[in-house]
Design a protein around this ligand. Structure first.
Ligand SMILES: [Zn+2]
Length: 656
């Protein structure tokens, strides 16, 4: 029954005959996609479905959630009743933190997927842990356990351990997680042990964090994927929310708000067999001018249209699975303009309903990929934050701040760590300033007053100094020869390093430190900061700052935005992270691109002037080869090569 005509007697119905025909035509267009109530889907294109499912999982694995969302939409158009479509969308919803939608998808999948498929129950268990519905989580995990493959058992045990930890049973959590060998299990053991006894558990948390370090560098990026408990947290639990990065969630939640009815609307009414559907009370029933058409859909599948008050239509609830369903009422005028959209939620409970399994299971490789998307990953930020708190309790401020910095580098919005770090930097600046003021009254005034600026483009023209600065390194191949030449020339350089590269070659950063060079911040991944949102900017600064500090012992004083792409916000955040903009007076890039050492030397010498900051690149061979003649030429002109912070100091520029 696609169209229901209530009455043809009224004048309204006669007037709207044209609209009725239009509506019938419209219904016919959609007819093909309406699920057939009792037919088993024997789709000849299952191979094609599998291919598409595999590609969608690939997109999700790459965190290309917006593209994946689009693909999932398409999958639903072609396979609307396939449990596989629901499983994939459920996993995608989990990844972007849309827990209630994920729950709905897994519920549907559970009613229709093969009995031997553990994914829907496991997905529902994760949703339940995330919403702190621990009883449901427990029963769903047992459920998944009974049908799980041997290779899936460890993941279920980890989920059980996480459930225990979240449910204030740290002893059970430790017992369960101890039986599994994985990073996530080790984290649960460490954090749960800490929760039951902070002094006994502290060494375990320290060890967990140390094991995750990349060579000498603390871990400053989280593992991608699904991890830990969702929104709403108890202060006494050590397992903390975070599915994907909160930034990603914010970016994609909006795009993923596809056609999902607001589930919070109204109460469930339990319904059985055939019922009459009628729009909610607040539905417009007349505009006074034009007739109305009400389009009724169940779970986004069109049921039919009706054009007479009270706009009722019968619905055979045995055509859907038992469980919650959302009915949408779309009210349009006779021109097809939508005037209002309303929803009602129904809980279908048909006695003895034996839903037909309409799905071909995925092949094992896709099942595995789907399962892996639901694995729980460790959240290093939770461990780091725990250490920050633990050391604060023990009055060890230095170590506390170190771990707070790393927490903020991992996720600047986590427990407001990023804001706390920025506060610490500004508090230090303030105390330094007041210290200076306090001293000023007792001592001779400075001959040149210190200047506070946000961006440094040059030093004082009164000092016969220049700073050689090198961007974009370090490289295990290209940096050592440059360091060799600087060493032979006996001058220090200032290296604006990219954090993700620096973390890979700690020995080069150690060498820079040992040979008197300065290491400054050129961000962690070299993005265009002018296009970045504040959270990303903070994380780019802090991640690289943590790397630099752990390898050189010094927090950077300068931030050079990649490509020079800056704006007031980029600079303001730099200052809040303890740095000022380190720009340049002379840009040698074009000369470097020529590939000729002579051109680099000639160009820089022709432009050199007192206080100049010279921008070159770590990686340009011409530059490395130019160092001997360039430094000799600068010396001959009476210039001393100094680090950037030395130039700032000699120029009476105040650094954070
Ligand atoms: Zn650069």
């Amino acid at each position: 029954m696609l169209f229901q005509r209530k009455s043809t007697n009224s004048a309204a119905a006669r007037r709207s005959r044209g609209a009725l025909f239009a509506a019938v035509a419209l219904t016919a267009t959609f007819g093909a996609s309406i699920p057939c109530a009792h037919a088993v889907v024997t789709d000849p294109s299952i191979a094609r479905r599998n291919e598409r499912a595999a590609y969608l999982l690939h997109l999700m694995d790459q965190q290309r959630y917006a593209e994946a969302a689009q693909g999932v939409q398409q999958l639903f158009i072609d396979y609307p009743t396939d449990a596989g479509s629901y499983e994939i969308r459920g996993v995608l919803q989990l990844h972007v933190g849309a827990i209630s939608q994920a729950q709905r998808d897994f519920e549907y999948a559970r009613a229709t997927a093969a009995q031997s498929d553990p994914i829907p129950a496991y997905g529902l268990a994760l949703c339940a842990i995330f919403t702190r519905d621990y009883d449901t989580a427990s029963s769903m995990l047992s459920n998944a356990d009974t049908v799980a493959q041997p290779t899936q058992r460890d993941d279920i045990t980890i989920a059980k351990a996480m459930l225990a930890a979240a449910n204030d049973s740290p002893v059970d959590a430790v017992r369960l997680a101890s039986t599994v060998d994985s990073v996530t299990a080790r984290e649960i053991v460490a954090l749960a042990a800490y929760a039951s006894s902070s002094s006994a558990g502290l060494p375990l948390v320290e060890k967990f964090v140390a094991d995750g370090a990349v060579s000498d560098v603390p871990r400053v990026i989280e593992e991608a994927g699904l991890r830990y408990v969702g929104p709403g947290s108890k202060s006494n639990t050590v397992l903390e929310p975070s599915l994907t990065e909160s930034v990603l969630q914010a970016m994609f939640a909006q795009r993923l708000a596809y056609q999902n009815a607001p589930l919070a609307l109204g109460n469930d009414s339990v319904v059985m067999a055939t019922i009459a559907l009628s729009p909610p009370a607040n539905t417009i029933t007349s505009t006074g001018q034009s007739d109305l058409v009400v389009t009724i859909s169940v779970d986004d599948h069109l049921l039919g249209m009706v054009n007479n008050a009270p706009f009722e239509m019968s619905w055979d609830t045995r055509s859907v699975s038992n469980g919650t369903h959302v009915v949408k009422f779309e009210i349009s005028d006779t021109h097809g303009a939508i005037l209002q959209t309303n929803y009602k939620k129904y809980k279908v409970a048909n006695a003895g309903a034996d839903l037909e399994r309409t799905t071909n299971p995925f092949p094992p490789d896709i099942e595995t990929a789907l399962w892996n998307m639901m694995k729980i990953h460790p959240a290093y930020k939770a461990a780091e934050y725990t250490l920050a708190e633990a050391y604060l309790d023990r009055k060890d401020k230095v170590r506390s701040v170190t771990h707070l910095l790393i927490t903020a580098a991992l996720d600047s919005e986590y427990r407001n760590a990023g804001a706390a770090v920025q506060q610490i930097f500004s508090a230090n600046a303030a105390s330094k300033e007041s210290y200076k003021l306090a001293n000023a009254s007792f001592s001779e005034p400075l001959k040149t007053p210190m200047v506070t600026i946000n961006e440094m483009w040059q030093g004082s023209a009164k000092v016969r100094e220049v700073a050689l600065t090198f961007d974009d390194g370090p490289s295990p191949i290209l940096t050592p020869p440059l360091l060799d030449n600087l060493k032979k020339a006996g001058v220090p350089g200032t290296f604006f390093v990219v954090g993700m590269r620096a973390a890979l070659v700690p020995e080069i950063l150690h060498r820079m430190r040992d040979e008197g060079h300065e290491v400054e911040n050129h961000t962690y991944t070299h993005p265009n900061l002018d296009q970045a949102i504040p959270t990303h900017i903070v994380e780019e600064y802090l991640r690289n700052g943590v790397v630099i500090r752990s390898l050189t012992g010094r927090w950077p004083k300068f931030l050079r935005p990649p490509g020079g792409n800056s704006n007031p916000q980029v600079m303001e955040i730099a200052r809040k992270c303890g740095m000022i903009g380190g720009f340049w007076t002379i840009d040698a890039l074009h000369a470097e691109d020529s590939g000729s050492a002579k051109q680099v030397t000639d160009y820089v010498l022709s432009k050199a002037r007192p206080g100049a900051i010279i921008l070159m690149h770590n990686g340009a061979e011409a530059t490395t080869n130019a160092i001997p003649t360039l430094v000799a030429g600068l010396k001959a002109k009476g210039f001393k090569c100094v680090t950037l912070s030395q130039l700032a100091k000699d120029s009476a520029i105040n650094l954070p």
